[in-house]
Write a protein that binds this ligand. Structure first.
Ligand SMILES: NC(=O)c1ccc[n+]([C@@H]2O[C@H](COP(=O)([O-])OP(=O)(O)OC[C@H]3O[C@@H](n4cnc5c(N)ncnc54)[C@H](O)[C@@H]3O)[C@@H](O)[C@H]2O)c1
Length: 374
């Protein structure tokens, strides 16, 4: 007998949900595997509007009602990062599998609680971003491991906040699905470029080099307010952080999450410097790095590397945020078909450890020992 589709609830109908998760999950090609069963959001009318646009059966104002009455097997948590732990805890208590949009939590203790609760209850957690799935990242891991770069001396990853969130299309309009307020991105807990953007580079770095051992950092808030639609928004989340990771044996990595300025690589890409060669973004010693699928991509001028993710086929290739859809499908396949995923909550917890420890290092002036691994 054919297996039933996974019934999913989407918690939070903001930018990533209306631009990415919901449009992808509404495409006909996945309906035999996953259905958008319910959505929730506390902004009046937003969940109903999202349900109507993307075909969800039920809409709620809060997560408790979604979990109790939404008829779902799993949830994708797409709320502000400072709420992820509370929402994850509730979802596990209700017996639901979870996809976390990055970043999973803001503390290691929270991540450990969720991982252990899920294990005890036989529930599954997939935590974005699944940089480990990317063929270019896997290829760089091989090039570093097989000595092609000689002795690796240091690496660098990071990202800039800029005005990305103020400028997103779904924040410029006047209806509930297009007037989404980004203010939480600038406030503690959960705001700032490390949790939202540097997390991609940290997943790439830890996929390639594995877990780090120590971190030291300087961090603070460079912009005390930002303008959004003519209003000044007060900012207290750190927006300017430089950290150094210690990998042992004098191998170091520079990691940044800054208010402006960036190295010339794409989000999630890194630089790796060895005695016999240098990788910067997608190039090694100035030449494009070859990896499985790259030649096929070259035939399509509009192609981007997300096309090489296993579920990003057909209509999904022309849609925004395909990598987030891929991570949701990793959970769907794991729950439905028992296909284990390499996108693990343990790696996400190690990245949380790096960020939490970097903030602690900046406050105390002391290097911090990382306690987690994966
Ligand atoms: N915006 C992006 O480009 C992007 C891309 C990938 C991943 N993400 C991640 O997705 C998550 C959400 O980001 P976003 O940009 O969509 O944020 P957003 O501010 O656009 O949307 C968040 C939504 O959550 C709702 N919300 C607030 N409190 C809630 C609660 N208690 N219960 C249910 N809903 C609640 C808000 O009303 C809002 O509609 C974050 O973890 C972010 O890092 C964002």
């Amino acid at each position: 007998m054919a297996k039933a589709p996974i019934r999913i609830g989407v918690v939070g109908c903001g930018s990533i949900s209306v631009r990415g998760i919901l449009p992808h999950l509404a495409v006909p090609d996945v309906q035999d595997r996953v259905r958008i069963e319910a959505v929730c959001d506390p902004v009046a009318g937003r969940a109903e509007a999202a349900a109507e646009r993307f075909g969800a059966e039920r809409a709620f104002l809060d997560i408790d009602d979604l979990l109790a009455h939404g008829n779902v097997d799993a949830v994708s948590i797409a709320t502000p990062i400072g709420l992820h732990y509370e929402h994850g805890k509730k979802a596990l208590a209700a017996g639901k599998h979870i996809h976390f949009n990055k970043t999973m939590t803001t503390t290691v203790a929270e991540a450990t609680d969720l991982i252990e609760t899920a294990r005890r209850k036989g529930l599954k957690i997939v935590a974005s971003p699944g940089q480990v799935l990317r063929p270019n990242v896997r290829r760089i891991k091989e090039l570093v491991a097989d000595g092609t770069l000689g002795t690796l001396c240091w690496a660098a990853v990071g990202s800039t906040f800029g005005t990305y969130h103020e400028d997103e299309s779904v924040r410029q309009g006047s209806d509930v699905l297009s007037n989404i307020d980004p203010s939480w991105y600038y406030r503690k807990p959960g705001g700032g470029p490390l949790y939202d953007m540097t997390v991609y580079g940290l997943h790439t770095l830890t996929t390639i080099l594995g877990p780090a051992k120590r971190v030291t950092s300087f961090s603070g808030t460079r912009l005390k307010e930002r303008e959004f639609r003519g209003q000044m928004v007060p900012c207290d989340a750190d927006d300017n952080t430089l950290m150094i990771l210690d990998y042992g044996d004098s191998l170091f990595a520079l990691v940044y999450g800054v208010a402006s300025g960036r190295m010339p690589v794409r989000l999630g890409e890194g630089s790796f410097f060895g005695t016999k060669g240098t990788i910067i973004g997608s190039e090694m010693n100035g030449e494009a790095i070859d990896y499985p699928g790259r030649a096929e991509l070259a035939a399509f001028p509009q192609a981007n590397p997300t096309w090489l993710l296993p579920h990003v086929v057909g209509d999904h290739r022309g849609m925004q945020e395909a990598h987030v859809f891929e991570d949701v499908m990793q959970l769907v396949d794991w729950v439905r078909d028992d296909v284990p995923t390499p996108v693990t909550a343990e790696q996400a917890r190690h990245v949380v450890d790096i960020i939490e420890s970097a903030y602690r290092s900046s406050e105390t002036g002391q290097a911090q020992i990382l306690t987690t691994t994966f």
